[in-house]
Ligand binder design. Structure first.
Ligand SMILES: [Zn+2]
Length: 276
């Protein structure tokens, strides 16, 4: 007999006792190809997220980026559409992404602490939305947000207002800081009965079309116009620290050409469950 997967609460999860990552969502190698996603009919068939209906203009939207760049990689299209819709936006950088370049002479943590938020601001300006976005940094530790999850949760109470709509990475996005951010924000949303959308970012890398580890029945697609995609692509190019070779260590770019191509598509996907 077939068992039904319970629909409710697939997007909220209690923490594993010692680590947020559960096994198989590994970000390694080249990941799933852009072609594989482009050719998957299931992605074309997803319901569309109706911005005007789901994000009434008077409601503020809080977007959570574990590292400065996730807001653009995941939500560069949605952000443009929200600003056009009249929503004011709070962008919360959970960390300043200071640990992206271990042992680098060019990008030591103390420089990344200012460089990466500056890159984010430049990207918002390229999108033409900087005037309508308020940026906040929680200054948690890059790579170790899980250890600071209680502090993270406490900080949310001072930021989030009763009518806000939240956007956060998928609770199973595959990067520990992304998963922790998703879990903390989704849990806060559930406690306070707030709408919460979870964006796929690193999931595009490790997941496959129709992957059963993603609750596609909760997925909503945002279509980007060619102009919006162009601006998103130009905004991604602002993250110089992430897209260039580190000459001091010889390490390749953090965001490979394949990663950038895979995320630079005319769609973004958000997972959403109405609060029960
Ligand atoms: Zn990230």
């Amino acid at each position: 007999m077939a068992t039904m997967t319970p629909k409710a609460d697939v997007l909220v999860q209690n923490f594993a006792p010692d680590h947020p990552i559960v096994g198989d969502r590994v970000i390694e190698g080249d990941g799933t190809s852009t072609d594989a996603w482009q050719n998957w009919q299931g992605l074309q068939d997803l319901s569309r997220l109706e911005i005007a209906k789901s994000f009434p203009p008077q409601q503020r939207v809080c977007v959570f980026a574990p590292h400065p760049d996730d807001e653009i990689l995941g939500c560069g299209g949605l952000l443009q559409q929200l600003v056009a819709n009249g929503n004011s936006i709070v962008l919360v950088h959970v960390t300043n992404g200071t640990q992206s370049h271990p042992d680098s002479q060019i990008y030591p943590p103390r420089l990344l602490d200012t460089i990466r938020p500056q890159e984010s601001l430049a990207a918002l300006e390229v999108l033409g939305i900087a005037h309508q976005v308020t940026c906040i940094s929680l200054e948690l530790t890059d790579g170790d947000v899980f250890a600071e999850r209680a502090q993270f949760h406490q900080k949310l109470a001072a930021i989030i207002q009763p009518d806000d709509i939240l956007v956060t990475p998928f609770i199973h996005d595959g990067h520990p800081d992304h998963e922790t951010t998703g879990q903390v924000v989704a849990a806060f949303a559930k406690e306070h009965q707030l709408a919460c959308y979870q964006v796929l970012i690193w999931a595009w890398h490790w997941a496959k079309p129709a992957d059963s580890r993603i609750p596609w029945h909760c997925a909503l697609r945002v279509d980007l116009t060619p102009e919006q995609l162009q601006r998103k692509t130009e905004a991604i190019a602002c993250f110089k620290s992430q897209i260039t070779v580190d000459e001091s260590t010889g390490n390749p770019p953090i965001l490979s050409a394949q990663t950038i191509a895979r995320i630079s598509q005319p769609w973004e996907v958000y997972l959403y469950e109405p609060q029960s």
